[in-house]
Design a protein around this ligand. Structure first.
Ligand code: CDP
Length: 209
């Protein structure tokens, strides 16, 4: 079973994907980490984020196992990731590794922006997780605080708005809900309620046959 979870920044898709993966005992790939790691590689080498040639080389050289999540999940890396993620050749360089992960015999859970539309158009379950911008900004503030950062709420809200616009407005694999994806609005749901709703979507597909 392949479960594709997409949605905008801080919508809760990562938490839902992790919970589903653990519940169904499936491997999970947070595809945002691929873009974050590509951006981090460029920044660490003092290269501009628009350096296409080096960005593609970085993307091709990524190993799925050694992500330093502590480094990659910082606020500025999300912004940097969305800049490299808008380069079509960088996205192309990352397609194969994501599809191979999805094709594992066990099945898999992948979360990102284009899993249900481009990476796994034939996924068994597709969920598009969303929430109001204000709720997402509040969640991101709490998440960054728990990581020891001291984010300014207004700045976080502006960052999310800018990232939404960049992710949805790019020409290559823009963020959008797949036609056959179920929408899950988590604005008024806590983690347990969001997970239950997602699980109900999966169960509906499992019992359809
Ligand atoms: O956790 P959050 O949603 O803030 O970020 P993320 O999922 O780690 O993604 C960071 C950035 O990578 C996004 O803003 C997208 O621009 C890009 N991304 C993408 O284009 N396609 C994906 N499948 C995953 C992430």
């Amino acid at each position: 079973m392949i479960i594709a979870i997409d949605g905008p920044a801080a919508s809760g898709k990562g938490t839902i994907a992790r919970r589903l993966a653990s519940f169904y005992n499936l491997p999970h790939l947070d595809t945002g980490l691929l873009y974050r790691a590509t951006a981090q590689g460029l920044l660490a080498a003092d290269l501009p984020l628009h350096d296409e040639e080096h960005a593609v080389a970085m993307a091709r050289g990524l190993a799925l196992t050694d992500f330093d999540e502590n480094l990659l999940r910082g606020a500025h890396m999300g912004e940097a990731a969305s800049i490299v993620a808008a380069i079509p050749s960088v996205r192309e360089a990352l397609v194969q590794v994501q599809r191979e992960f999805a094709q594992r015999k066990s099945g898999a859970v992948l979360d990102g922006r284009d899993i249900g539309t481009i990476i796994c158009p034939h996924a068994d379950v597709k969920i598009f997780v969303t929430a109001s911008r204000e709720v997402r900004a509040m969640r991101r503030v709490l998440e960054l605080q728990s990581r020891g950062e001291a984010p300014d709420p207004e700045t976080v809200l502006a960052d999310i708005a800018r990232r939404d616009a960049r992710d949805a407005g790019r020409t290559s694999a823009p963020l959008r809900q797949a036609d056959d994806a179920r929408m899950l609005d988590t604005s008024d749901l806590d983690i347990e309620a969001a997970f239950s709703a997602a699980r109900a979507f999966v169960e509906a597909v499992r019992h359809k046959v």
